[in-house]
Design a protein around this ligand. Structure first.
Ligand code: SAH
Length: 337
């Protein structure tokens, strides 16, 4: 068993199962994430005989950083996993602090036409410790406080639901990585049953929906998942989510030249989202090997933005990181393979 895969709750049950007090879980978690130790021998407030037993049960292995690319306000990390698979994570420096974008799967099965990660089919889900490990290793590397975490790297987090939720518990644990729930965002392409399940998740995490098109025809063309969960169902699930959680949802919308970036698309989008507690994050497309998709021109991005503003939508254009170091959205791993 890998110690980084254990939430406080699961570690407490483990200690109870060996006849120990459950608060030992809190001590171990503090050692791991606040004092940054990586062996039981360093956990001096735990009795030697228990430490010996723990040593037999748990490993401390973490994904290994095998490549780093640095750009302005961004570092891209390539990790090697214990079975030889590779994943990536990105560290970004915002004016409010550092944020990390983590991967949730090796590859992805959602098949979005414009996305680099989806070209390489899903090999497997990431284990909890492999998601935690991306954060721990980047923290070890830069030795600075992390402000926020976005689960928007390679993979569809809601296609690895249980592990992602445990990862979020460890991120948010005040004695663990201690990232505030409002500083954690999970992004989905729109898996409706999981959006519904997520409504009842006990922590106040941010939800982002990758929408990318304002109607079914276009969305199904870009995102095959739309055939399984069409727009009406996704929007209804998001409405219900907002109602149940009372939280604002982020709508991500990539701007693809002459595909979904016209004024009439903007108006259609505004109409679709009218009255919902959402804000729209416009994403200038990072061009990839999908040569059929190009980034919208600046004037079209501006016009799209202005149209949504006029329609009284809350909207921002995403700041870009890493485009020049081919470090955006799955490109490092794909280049490496
Ligand atoms: N599967 C999840 C999370 C991973 S993708 C999801 O779909 O939301 C994170 C975001 O990056 C998504 O909005 C995705 O559509 C977007 N994205 C993928 N490729 C991109 C590219 N080349 N340029 C800009 N954004 C991209």
């Amino acid at each position: 068993m890998n110690i980084y895969g254990f939430t406080r709750e699961k570690l407490s049950s483990y200690f109870e199962s060996i006849g120990e007090k459950s608060f030992k879980a809190v001590q171990v978690i503090e050692w791991l994430y606040q004092k940054n130790v990586s062996s039981f021998d360093e956990m001096t407030n735990i009795k030697k005989e228990i430490r010996e037993q723990l040593k037999k049960e748990f490993t401390f292995s973490l994904p290994e950083i095998i490549k780093k690319e640095t750009g302005k306000d961004v570092i891209k990390y390539l990790f090697l996993l214990s079975d030889g698979e590779k994943i990536e994570a990105v560290l970004m420096k915002h004016d409010y602090g550092l944020s990390i974008c983590v991967s949730s799967q090796v590859g992805c099965n959602m098949g979005c036409k414009f996305c680099e990660s989806g070209r390489l089919k899903k090999v497997r889900n990431l284990q909890v410790e492999e998601m935690v490990g991306q954060i721990v290793q980047i923290k070890n590397d830069i030795k600075e406080t992390i402000h926020s975490v976005v689960i928007m790297g390679i993979g569809e987090p809601f296609d690895n639901y249980e592990n992602v939720m445990d990862f979020i518990f460890i991120l948010n644990d005040a004695k663990g990585l201690s990232i505030g729930a409002r500083h954690i965002t999970v992004s989905t392409c729109g898996i409706v049953p999981k959006i519904k399940e997520f409504m009842n998740f006990p922590l106040q995490i941010n939800l982002a929906l990758s929408l990318h098109a304002p109607n079914d025809t276009l969305r199904s063309e870009l995102m095959p998942i739309n055939k399984a969960y069409p727009l009406k169902d996704v929007i209804n699930a998001i409405k219900e989510y907002i109602q149940v959680t009372n939280r604002r949802v982020t709508i991500e919308y990539i701007l693809l030249k002459e595909v979904n970036d016209s004024i009439s698309h903007a108006k259609e989008l505004a109409k679709l989202l009218r009255g919902m507690n959402v804000y729209v994050n416009l994403i200038p497309y990072n061009e990839t090997n999908h040569l059929e998709y190009k980034r919208s021109e600046k004037k079209n991005i501006d016009a799209f933005y202005d149209t949504l503003k006029k329609e009284k939508m809350e909207v921002t254009v995403r700041r870009e990181f890493g485009g020049t170091i081919s470090a955006a959205c799955g490109q490092l791993r794909s280049k490496e393979l």
